[in-house]
Write a new protein. Structure first.
Length: 143
């Protein structure tokens, strides 16, 4: 007796695939904007410029030459940490917040209503009232 074939499930319709793709696009726009907002938030303490970090790195390279093996391992780690901070500072400068904001404004109202996100939640997440107003999300309406 030949093995039974499993019944195949019907595939997704084109409209369903389009809806899934639109949801992914909206979710990505919202995520990228919120991540950029988080990165641009002011941090406590004095901020260090990329130039100051590069100067510290140059000084560290000089100290590395004369260091004993134990100091060398600590200086190598400090060098790696400084290099990461310099890369992070340049990556933050590359964030194009105005472009991300435009994409967010286009999709936020639809995304928020579909996911049940109201005005207060957006505000608590760090989105300004001005951006929410541009997106058509108002405090007087509930999702």
């Amino acid at each position: 007796m030949p093995p039974r074939k499993k019944p195949t499930k019907p595939g997704l319709s084109a409209s369903h695939k389009d809806a899934l793709a639109e949801g992914r696009r909206q979710g990505n726009a919202v995520r990228r904007y919120l991540v950029a907002l988080e990165r641009s938030k002011p941090r406590r303490g004095r901020s260090t410029s990329a130039d100051a970090l590069k100067a510290r790195l140059a000084d560290l390279e000089l100290r590395l030459v004369a260091a004993d093996p134990l100091q060398r391992i600590h200086l190598i780690q400090e060098r790696r940490n400084l290099e990461r901070r310099i890369e992070g500072a340049s990556a933050e400068a590359e964030d194009d917040l105005p472009e991300l904001e435009k994409a967010f404004v286009v999709v936020a109202a639809d995304y928020g209503s579909r996911k049940g996100i109201d005005y207060a939640t957006w505000r608590e997440a760090g989105v300004t009232a001005e951006v929410l107003q541009k997106a058509g999300i108002h405090w007087s309406r509930r999702s």
